[in-house]
Design a protein around this ligand. Structure first.
Ligand code: ADP
Length: 390
């Protein structure tokens, strides 16, 4: 049996999945090492959802991502049958030129390294396991799947910032992210709602990172995330859209260093910063504090504004799709957000929404509302499989 390993490496977690690559792809294992460097914990589940590993490690054993990678590698080699034919990696930033996944070699790693300042929390972590595997197993096929690639079909006009054009040429432009998720959801929508998937659709990826993507005929035409993963909606700990004047103020009046500013905008802002309690929507929904209410009200308000902007980009709206952690699991947040779309003719069906159905709008809603669970790992496995088959 041939297998494909999918790796999604973050700052404190390493997610991985193994797929059997036969005539089709079949998921075998899904695992993650969380709490790297603080309270390392490995969980692995089989395709049927049965827990096959649930182990704690000491920080000395798993101090960093590379140690986690080594440990997961050993775990897989000991227990996983089959022949590993390729590794597919999630790479958050592919820059301006990568419109599709790419086979990894040293030149590509060097190129992708240049985008680290544009995704400081993600890109270095995404590249670390790639570099190690390239060094230790140079024959192993590795494929980089970019979160930016799906948005590369945008009209270049939309990807400009209104600053002198030479900066666009230098790479200061709107890239958009969560592309693997949007690509998967666009594909699913074509299966479950073929009539609608060709129309004007907004997909809301609402996880710890959050963004909206405008799809026209299944292709991205706009995204609320831009040059970095800070723009658009407020997120768990990231600020979302902010007047650049605020940054000048913080630099000039508070004497903040770039590193302090980066920390503030990526790690201390968003729902966490507003609420002063938590970045997790579940905690905020469970709290009766004024901070939690402010954070959720603000999030829903900004969702409405951004959805309006994307509907304008599409010239109207045929469907709105919820996905990722908040979008898939929180009926309450879906209800609140759908309320902001009522002026577009969207009407949520409370029973369908509570019942976890795929279509959650009323029969007479002018905008169909769907809940489509995302699967970025399957998307990566598919791309990796397709690339080696080609
Ligand atoms: P990530 O963006 O880290 O890949 P997810 O897409 O799984 O993760 O989203 C994680 C977020 O989803 C959590 O921070 C939490 O706020 C939110 N979430 C998960 N389940 C629920 C739920 N039942 N109700 C509200 N929010 C939820």
């Amino acid at each position: 049996m041939d297998t494909i390993l999918v790796v999604n490496a973050g700052s404190s977690s390493l997610k991985f999945e193994v797929f059997a690559a036969g005539s089709t792809l079949a998921r075998l294992l899904k695992g993650q090492m969380e709490g790297i460097g603080t309270a390392p914990h490995l969980t692995v589940k089989s395709a049927g959802g049965e827990r096959v590993a649930n182990e704690n490690y000491s920080c000395e054993n798993v101090p960093d991502l590379l140690a986690a990678m080594r440990l997961v590698g050993e775990w897989l080699r000991e227990r996983q049958e089959g022949r590993l034919i390729a590794v597919g990696h999630r790479v958050v930033h592919g820059g301006p030129d990568h419109t599709r996944p790419a086979r990894i070699d040293q030149n590509l790693v060097d190129e992708l390294e240049r985008y680290a300042p544009l995704a400081p929390l993600h890109q270095p972590n995404n590249l670390a396991p790639i570099r190690v595997l390239l060094e230790r197993q140079p024959q192993l096929v590795q494929v980089a799947c970019f979160d930016t690639a799906f948005h590369r079909g945008h009209d270049p006009m939309t990807d400009h910032y209104a600053i002198p054009a030479r900066y666009f040429d230098e790479g200061v432009r709107r890239y958009g992210f969560h592309g693997l998720s949007y690509e998967y959801v666009a594909g699913r929508l074509a299966e479950v709602a073929p009539g609608i998937s060709n129309g004007r659709v907004i997909v809301a990826h609402l996880g710890s990172g959050a963004s909206l993507c405008a799809l026209w005929q299944g292709r991205s035409v706009e995204c609320t995330l831009g040059f970095t993963a800070l723009d658009g909606l407020p997120m768990g700990t990231r600020c979302g859209q902010i007047d650049p004047g605020v940054l000048l103020y913080l630099l000039q009046q508070h004497g903040m260093t770039p590193a302090q500013l980066q920390d503030l905008l990526y790690k201390e802002s968003g729902l966490k910063g507003l609420s002063g309690i938590s970045n997790d929507v579940r905690d905020l929904l469970a709290s009766d504090s004024a901070g939690a209410a402010l954070a959720l009200d603000h999030f829903v308000h900004r969702m409405g504004l951004n959805a309006g902007a994307l509907a304008a980009a599409l010239g109207g709206l045929d469907a709105f799709v919820f996905t990722a952690g908040v979008g898939e699991n929180s009926a309450v947040m879906r209800e609140r957000i759908a309320g902001k779309l009522s002026w577009l003719g969207a009407s949520l069906d409370a029973r369908r929404n509570d019942g976890g159905e795929l279509l959650v709008s009323t029969d007479d809603s002018k905008v169909a509302i769907y809940v489509v669970p995302t699967d970025e790992e399957l998307m990566i496995a598919r791309h990796t499989f397709a690339l080696i088959a080609a």
